[in-house]
Design a protein around this ligand. Structure first.
Ligand code: MN
Length: 277
């Protein structure tokens, strides 16, 4: 199932080019989209048959006629993998990978949704796109082994980890407002099946920049879940993002950046300067 947030924080399921509005059916509170999402994930096994039974009476819109929102609007944290693909390690000319580096946190306030605008905070610093497969935690998790991780992952999404290059620590370079575009919706784990074998592409202005398969992850989604949950409790609604493959490159004002992940979907964002710089 594909779960989208749209318009004024309504919730829907996406099928083909349609979005079925299940806001009323699931008693979703549009004033509290993050806690509504956490509640929906917690009750999902019981809700799913209710959605199937009641969907015929729900309003239906065309996806192209609605405004998609960030599908996870305000997690308590975004856990992010550093160097987690060998070819990205090589292009960054760095010695260490995820097994030695651990992970870092991105600020949740950096999240934006599809078709929003990344605002560059500098005119004289390199800012790169990074295409990543990410997932949303469905159940509280601590010290979960890789083989059990799929039971705690609710669903998957595409994520751009926008990054200022330089010597500052990663949280500084990756947490500017608008630096975490996510979308286009959450695809539940059963529909994704194997997240560790998906084609992922990113284009800037229709020029392909990144093209890789998640089978090349050093720590795959489940192993990285184990590593993260060995340190901190992962809460329902948290986002975990797994790192970028090779092909990172600068973005600048006027660019359109588009990400597509097999079985998940695609979305674009625009790039502009932050007002006043
Ligand atoms: Mn990254």
């Amino acid at each position: 199932m594909k779960i989208a947030l749209f318009n004024e924080n309504r919730v829907g399921i996406v099928e083909g080019s349609d979005v079925i509005d299940i806001t009323e059916l699931t008693k979703w509170n549009t004033e509290e989209p993050q806690s509504s999402l956490v509640k929906l994930m917690g009750e999902f096994d019981a809700l799913r048959p209710q959605i199937e039974a009641g969907r015929g009476a729900c309003p239906v819109y065309s996806v192209s006629d609605v405004t998609l929102r960030a599908p996870v609007p305000n997690p308590s944290k975004i856990v992010a993998a550093p160097i987690n693909y060998i070819l990205h390690k090589q292009e960054m000319n760095t010695a260490l990978t995820v097994d030695a580096l651990g992970f870092f946190l991105k600020s949740p306030s950096s999240i934006i949704g599809p078709d929003q605008t990344v605002l560059l905070p500098f005119k004289d610093r390199r800012v790169d796109h990074e295409a990543e497969i990410a997932f949303v935690v469905g159940k509280e998790a601590k010290d979960v082994k890789a083989e059990d991780a799929s039971k705690y992952i609710f669903g998957y999404l595409a994520l751009m980890d926008i990054t200022v290059r330089g010597k500052e620590d990663r949280p500084w370079r990756k947490s500017f407002d608008t630096f975490t575009p996510i979308g286009p919706w959450i695809v539940t784990g059963d529909e994704v099946e194997n997240p560790n074998n998906l084609q992922m592409n990113l284009w800037v202005n229709d020029e392909i920049r990144q093209s890789a398969n998640t089978e090349d992850l050093i720590y795959d989604c489940f192993k990285f879940f184990e590593a993260a949950s060995s340190v901190m409790t992962l809460l329902p609604g948290d986002i975990v993002t797994t790192g970028t493959p090779e092909g990172v490159a600068p973005i600048t004002k006027g660019d359109t950046v588009r990400i597509n992940i097999e079985r998940i979907g695609e979305f674009s964002v625009q790039v502009d300067y932050k007002p006043g710089i």
